[in-house]
Structures are given as structure tokens and as C-alpha cells.
Design a binder for this molecule. Structure first.
Ligand code: SF4
Length: 244
């Protein structure tokens, strides 16, 4: 008779962050001073339109998605209205966005599932959210955070890049970067951390030529590519327009 092993499955060893707790606290305190109330840049009017907007944003810019959804959400801001509009018409609204045919199909399919299985209410758990067509872990994390106030780390291309570049979360996959960041970011900063990191990557630590001279954490940054050691003064950004 085969004997079952009682050993627990090994926990995956993740790469270590280059920053200690004191440094992390300082970095996120400065992000907090710069943007006390950071907001996502995807336009939406309720949890349902947020799910749709995030699902549409895969391999597209937030500005491009906002341009398309501005008119779409005027006529369809609930699953029922989206179903009434139908796939072909949804496609017409979003055809400026990459992969729009497939995305239109998913918007209709996820709306149908919300009506059939969730009483037209967007669910709050990751397990339920990822069942919706076109919704992956990243989308689910964004929705949980922005719609329901649950701290998550939605790793996009910016967070993946700066995680590696700064040595903050030097892993190669979004899931590993997410796991490292969720473990190391001090709890008091966790709720806003993903917006701070996305905005830092989108506007400061940009892909081609990071703007180190204007960076408020230049003295703390351990990146090999940084070009300046002097931190820029912090001038709070209090209101953030959603770009369309
Ligand atoms: S100093 Fe430069 S490399 Fe480091 S986080 Fe700032 S912009 Fe990025």
C-alpha cells in the first residue's frame, strides 16, 4: 500500500527586496506626501463600469480606454443595458482599442454572467471575479481595491519594470512581484501603494529614460540606472484630473 507523504508543499522562495523596512517606510511616506489621495486613471461610474474599463485596458492605455468608454457608459452603465446594446454595437464604441473584437465579446459574456449568476452585482472576492470572462488576477485586484477598498497589488507593466529596476521586488513574473510587494510594504501604506507605484512608473521612473533629477526618492533609490542622488522637493499633487 502506498504511504502518503505528510510533508507540506514547499513555499516558493521569492527574491529579496533591496530595501529594509526603514527605507520602505521613507519611500512610501514621500509618495504619500506627494499624492495624499491617489486615484486610478480609468474613468468609471460604478463597480460594473470599473470591471468593464479594466477588462478593456489590457494592452491599451487608460487614456485610450477613457476616450472609448466616455460614450459607451452614457448608454450602458449596467449589465442589462450592455446586453441590450449587444456585441456589435459595443464593438463600435470600443473599436479604437486594441483587440476590440475579443474585448466586445468578453464585455457581453461577463455582463451575461453577472446577470445569470450574481444577480447583476459585481462580486467582491478574487475567486468570483476571475470567473468573469476577460477578468484576470490583475483586473480582479484593481476592482477589489478601487470598488471595494480592499488592499491589493495589481501589478501592471510599470510596477513590474520598477520592481526590477529599483530592486524593490526583483522578480520576473507579476504574481511574484505582487507577492513580494504585499509582504514588504508597511501595512499603513498598502491600500494606496499600487496607485503610488503605477503613477511613479508612468510619470517619473519611465521606461526609456527615468526622470531621476525630478524624482523625490532619488537618494533612496538603489537602481543601477539612476542618474542623480539628490531628491527633488515634494510638491503635493492634490487633485488629479482623469485624462480622456
Ligand atoms: S532615481 Fe531614477 S531610477 Fe530611481 S526611482 Fe527615481 S526615477 Fe527611477
Amino acid at each position: 500500500m502506498a504511504i502518503k507523504s505528510k510533508t507540506k508543499p514547499k513555499k516558493k522562495r521569492l527574491p529579496r527586496s533591496k530595501y529594509n523596512r526603514k527605507e520602505l517606510t521613507e519611500i512610501f511616506s514621500r509618495f504619500q506626501k506627494l499624492r495624499p489621495e491617489p486615484k486610478g486613471e480609468l474613468m468609471h461610474v460604478n463597480p460594473y463600469t470599473l470591471v468593464v474599463a479594466v477588462a478593456l485596458s489590457a494592452q491599451a492605455t487608460d487614456i485610450g480606454v477613457n476616450r472609448a468608454t466616455k460614450e459607451l457608459f452614457k448608454v450602458a452603465d449596467t449589465p442589462e443595458k450592455m446586453l441590450a446594446l449587444g456585441e456589435a454595437k459595443v464593438g463600435e464604441y470600443i473599436k479604437t482599442i486594441g483587440l476590440w473584437r475579443n474585448k466586445a465579446k468578453n464585455v457581453i459574456a461577463l455582463s451575461q454572467m453577472l446577470v445569470d449568476e450574481f444577480n447583476s452585482v459585481v462580486p467582491q472576492t478574487r475567486e468570483e471575479l476571475v470567473r468573469l470572462p476577460g477578468v484576470g488576477r490583475k483586473t480582479a485586484n484593481v476592482v477589489m481595491s478601487m470598488a471595494f477598498g480592499i488592499p491589493t497589488m495589481a501589478v501592471d507593466t510599470h510596477i513590474l519594470r520598477i520592481g526590477m529596476r529599483m530592486g524593490l521586488a526583483p522578480a520576473k513574473t507579476p504574481d511574484d512581484v505582487e507577492a513580494i510587494l504585499m509582504r514588504i510594504i508597511p501595512e499603513e501604506f498598502l491600500y494606496h501603494a499600487h496607485h503610488w507605484l503605477i503613477l511613479h512608473g508612468r510619470y517619473m521612473c519611465v521606461a526609456r529614460k527615468p526622470k531621476c533629477e525630478a524624482c523625490i526618492i532619488a537618494d533612496l533609490c538603489k537602481s543601477k540606472v539612476k542618474t542623480c542622488d539628490v531628491p527633488a522637493p515634494i510638491v503635493p499633487i492634490l487633485d488629479q484630473e482623469i485624462p480622456i
